[in-house]
Design a protein around this ligand. Structure first.
Ligand SMILES: N[C@@H](CCC(=O)N[C@@H](CS)C(=O)NCC(=O)O)C(=O)O
Length: 201
């Protein structure tokens, strides 16, 4: 398998971390959406990362669809339970993490990638507030070591990948507001399977 994209992207990173937790071998092709657009579009017409190329050449796009496949490979060790109330609970927390991260990524593009003078301040503030509300909901859920089920799940992995992205590119958005999430990040990053996927660029 080959994973397309740099782990600066929280969506690429949650795939890379999940691969590592499952012990699945995968080559990394760290293409950047900023400088390698053509090469990414050859593999994903949307020009987005992550994409996962399977050994037979099939290409999976979007981290959710990729994780769905990896969970199938992992069987009972999957980080998202297969059925029922436990699955719903984990997926709710995963989607809060995904949603908060999507809003943070959009805020990053609005605030830091747009030409100066073309930034829509009200829209940016709204995106930041949405991201903070999502992370705030996760913070409120974090009453123990993990977000759900008292053990490591995809909710933890996704939340930490989103948190770490924001801590790196927009630290002001976190600014001590989410201490339990920050502590979860420290705990998960101490695990080399997850810490080893942190972007070092
Ligand atoms: N829903 C997608 C989101 C992926 C995504 O937004 N990737 C960003 C990098 S963080 C990207 O490729 N942006 C480039 C673009 O959309 O042009 C997923 O979960 O994989």
């Amino acid at each position: 398998m080959q994973l397309i994209g740099r782990t600066l992207s929280p969506f690429v990173r949650r795939v890379a971390a999940t691969l590592a937790v499952y012990g699945l071998a995968c080559e990394s092709l760290p293409l950047s959406t900023v400088t390698d657009g053509d090469a990414i579009r050859q593999r994903n017409p949307l020009g987005r990362v992550p994409a996962l190329i399977l050994d037979d050449g099939e290409v999976l796009v979007d981290s959710a669809a990729i994780l769905d496949h990896l969970d199938e490979l992992a069987g009972d060790a999957a980080l998202t339970p297969r059925l029922g109330a436990e699955r719903r609970q984990v997926l709710r927390a995963v989607m809060l993490g995904v949603g908060a991260t999507e809003k943070a990524v959009a805020a990053y593009y609005e605030g830091q990638r747009r030409p100066e003078g073309l930034v829509w301040a009200e829209g940016l503030a709204n995106l930041e507030a949405q991201a903070q509300a999502g992370f705030g909901a996760l913070e409120a859920m974090l009453t123990g070591e993990h977000l759900c089920l008292g053990r490591l799940t995809q909710a933890d992995v996704t939340a930490v990948c989103g948190h770490d992205f924001v801590a790196r590119v927009m630290p002001g958005l976190l600014e001590g507001r989410f201490p339990r999430l920050t502590a979860l990040s420290a705990r998960l990053n101490a695990d080399p399977r997850i810490g080893g996927t942190a972007f070092r660029g």
